[in-house]
Every structure is written in C-alpha cells, then in structure tokens.
Design a protein around this ligand. Structure first.
Ligand SMILES: *Cc1c(COP(=O)(O)O)cnc(C)c1O
Length: 349
C-alpha cells in the first residue's frame, strides 16, 4: 500500500485531530436559529473580541462570507474595486455577479495595490455613465499571488481614502491569522481599518469548516438576514464552533511552523534554474512558482509528483501552487521539495 501522500494542494485538506474531535464531541449545542447554541455564541463573541469588532457571525464557508459581505455593502450594478486575481473574482464560480450583481475592477499587481491606484480606479456616485464604486476589498494574505501579505500602512491609507469618499471597505481575511503570526501584528490591528472582514477556521487553523464575518452590530444584523437567504443558516452548529475554539487555542501560534516550512520548500526550489521563484516573496504558507525553460508543464509536474506521493495544484499551464499546513511535517516538506526538484530537473534539455 502507498503511504499517505504529502498533500500540499491546500491548507483546507487538514483533518480534525483526535483532541479536536473530542472537543467537538463534548460541545454543548442548541438551535442557532434561536440564538441558543452556547458554543457558537462563545465562538462568535471570542472572534469579535479578537478582531476588535462589535459582533461576529459564523457562516458555513468563506465563499458565503464573501458573498454575504457583497450583499451587505453593495447594490446591483455597483462597482467593487479589488486586487487582481482575488478569490471573489476567480474562485467563487461567478457568485458575485449572480448573488450581488456587482461588477469588479481589478487593480494593482501581485495581490496588492496602492491608495493612488484605488483613487485612480474609483468611479464617482451620481455620474450619468459610471457605475458607482460602493466598495473596496482587500485580500490578506493573497491566495493566487502566493500568500502575499498586504502592507498594513497601505491598507490604512486605502481605507481612509475610501471612508472620506463614502466607499465601504471589506477585508477577505481567510488567512488573516497567517498575517498576524507572520507580521507580529494583533488580528484587531489588522482588522481595524475595515468596516467588515471575514476570517476562516478551515484553512491553516485546521477546523473542518466555517468562516466568520466581523464588524459593527448593525452590519452583522444585515449579514444575518443574507446568511439565511443564501441557505447558510444552520442549527446545532456548536460542533463546528467547538472545533473553531479548539483551533484558536491550539493551532494559531503554530502557523509559524507552516511559514518556515513554505520557506524551506521555496529556498530548495529556487536553486533550480528551471523554477522561477523568489523565496523572499514567500511571506506565509503558500508558494506559487512558475516553470521556466526546460521544465515540463504544470499538469505534468503535478501528475508526476502525485505518482511519487506529493500532491500540489496546477494553477495554469506553467504555474504550480503548494500550501503548507498542520498535517505536513518539516521532514515531509523537505521531501516534497526534493521530489519536485527531481521532476523539474529530470526533464532533459
Ligand atoms: C479559501 C478562501 C476563501 C473561501 O473559503 P471557502 O471556505 O473555501 O469557501 C475566501 N477567500 C480566500 C482568500 C480564500 O483563500
């Protein structure tokens, strides 16, 4: 039998540990639609406090959190300014057009943009031709750009400029915990400039599901209605909340290990001339590398790696993503880097 693969496709592939399962098993639960799930109430209060916001609301997925945020902060026909290749544009099956009816303006590069770029893209309200810009969204860390951390000072400038012009601000912080650990900034400081933000329990924290929206009580009350409208209002969700509480207690500080492991892989891969990757661009637990001249295509690299027990993700014909997480050890990451290197180097030419 093949040993379990070293699975670097995503940090969503983690499975609850025995201790996390025990916490879920013993959680007191109730009907969350009556506000009577004590474990969920605890989680929502704890996350709101961690993020320095009045209230938080659990949702089954980060995609639903993003979709609900768009409904809360924008109206059909509005323009939403986002980073290039953000999750809402690439990974939500067109939900933003279907659910909120918004249009996106993608700006900047490598997952980041400046306040000047934001202002240049901003379309004023009340113009006879332009779609009004209702919202600016930042993704931190930025998934498709390789876990890049958005410079906090720039996020503050963008949000201040937005506020001055009556534009709402939203942070897709699915991996905000990674930013907090990598930068040493408390989550509340990272969240402070934004009207509303989301965080995930199901990525690096290793819980089986769930994201939370956090913000002022009034916005969270509106989000509650859209959660139900989208079919995301559930009942005894305390089992998920218990996993989330466990994850916050035990899996937050250890994200530093994932970052060190991603860095280890990146440094090893960067030794190949056939791989285009700057290890300094690996800020957190995601590495995205381009295959240079002489290397096979990404689907071939991914297929050959899978045959050797290493799973990665082909982003496009010449781009591969690998993500570290709590279910891969440092040794496994070192081994994965060797396998990928051998495949790329062994391609002949
Ligand atoms: C994973 C992810 C989401 C969505 O989370 P799901 O729970 O998979 O729906 C949103 N934003 C970013 C940046 C993500 O990486």
């Amino acid at each position: 039998m093949m040993p379990e693969p070293i699975d670097l496709r995503s940090d969503t592939v983690t499975r609850p540990s025995p201790a996390m399962r025990a916490a879920m098993n013993s959680a007191p639960v109730g009907d969350d639609q009556y506000g009577e799930d004590p474990t969920m109430n605890l989680l929502q209060e704890r996350v709101a406090a961690l993020l320095g916001k009045e209230a938080a609301l659990w949702l089954p997925s980060g995609t639903m959190a993003n979709q609900v945020a768009l409904r809360v902060l924008a109206r059909p026909g509005d323009d939403v300014i986002v980073s290039r290749e953000c999750h809402a544009v690439w990974h939500e099956t067109g939900g933003s057009a279907a659910n909120a009816g918004v249009q996106f303006s993608e700006i900047g590069r490598n997952g980041v943009f400046t306040a000047e770029e934001f202002l240049a893209a901003l379309k004023p309200r009340g113009h006879v031709i332009y779609p009004p810009t209702a919202l600016v969204e930042i993704e931190n860390t930025h998934n498709r750009s390789g876990g890049v951390i958005f410079p906090q000072a720039e996020a503050e400038r963008i949000c201040a400029a937005a506020r001055e012009r009556g534009v709402a601000t939203y942070l897709d912080g699915a991996r905000l915990w990674n930013v907090a650990i990598a930068s040493g900034r408390p989550p509340a400081e990272l969240a402070a400039p934004f009207d509303l933000l989301s965080v995930a329990l199901s990525k690096g924290l290793g819980a089986p599901g769930g994201s939370l929206l956090a913000g002022p009580r009034e916005l969270i009350r509106t989000a509650l209605r859209f959660r139900r409208m989208f079919g995301g209002a559930m009942r005894q969700v305390g089992f998920y909340a218990a996993a989330g509480l466990y994850a916050l207690d035990h899996n937050l500080a250890r994200l530093a290990d994932d970052h060190a492991n991603a860095r280890l892989i990146a440094e090893r891969l960067a030794s190949s001339r056939r791989i285009l990757l700057d290890p300094d661009s690996v800020h957190s637990n995601i590495l995205v590398f381009r295959l240079g001249e002489g290397a096979p295509d990404a689907p071939a690299v991914v297929a050959r790696a899978a045959e050797r027990g290493v799973l990665a993700f082909a982003f496009d014909a010449r781009t591969v993503r690998a993500v570290t997480h709590l279910d891969v050890t440092r040794e496994q990451c070192a081994r994965a880097a060797e396998v990928l290197l051998e495949i790329v180097e062994g391609a002949g030419g």
